[in-house]
Design a protein around this ligand. Sequence first.
Ligand code: SF4
Length: 243
Amino acid sequence: MNRGKGEWWDWTWNPFTGCNGGCDYCYARARWHLSFEEKCGPFKPIVWRDRFDEPCRKKTPAVIFTVSMGDFFDPGFCNGDRDEVLCMIGECDRHAYVILTKNEDGLLRYSRYLEAYDEDWPSNLWVGVSVTRARDLSRIHALKIAVPKGRRVVCFEPLLEPVEPDLTGIDWVMIGGMTGRQRFSPPPDWIKDIVFADKDMRAVVWIKRNAKAPAYLGHLRERPHEMFLWLRTAHRKQVLERR
Ligand code: SF4
């Protein structure tokens, strides 16, 4: 697991890596190519069973970005493996977890599968879709069908063009630019349009440093209140257990 510095997550955890998607800006693939390809082969779906229990080794309650180096809902992973990861998330419940995907079909398929077996998403998991362009907006609709209210995230990163999203019923919004060689910072107007698209002002917002937020918004760095409560409760339980 790797520590996040000044990010919305405290740790990244990669029980799965790789993806069959072909996004030209893919940060995970570029990083894989530089650091892991020689030893582990191409950036294709791999399940790392020896990493499954890593969150249990972290004692302090934390926000864990799960599968930051791939796509959890890629068809290259099977539901049995996904179940095991969700089971670990439910078991190691002092942490809050976030999974982001660009694969809306995979997300919908898996949510139907959970429903068919009368299972729920773990209550300490937030699930989100990534939106980079207007053509990705249908992913938000899929998220609202697949994931219950209170646990929905939309990540506009890298934001590559202005978008007009419907953020009704969304709990957490992240906005960021593109890093690496094709570095790009979305301009203030694009960010403003997203923040004010949430008419009820219900969603909390995290603006990454690589996005140019309008000065009057500042660099919002909010985490959902429920997530904060989850971590605080876990922390208190630990303190009581130590007594
Ligand atoms: S879906 Fe995600 S992991 Fe897959 S290629 Fe696109 S950016 Fe990379």
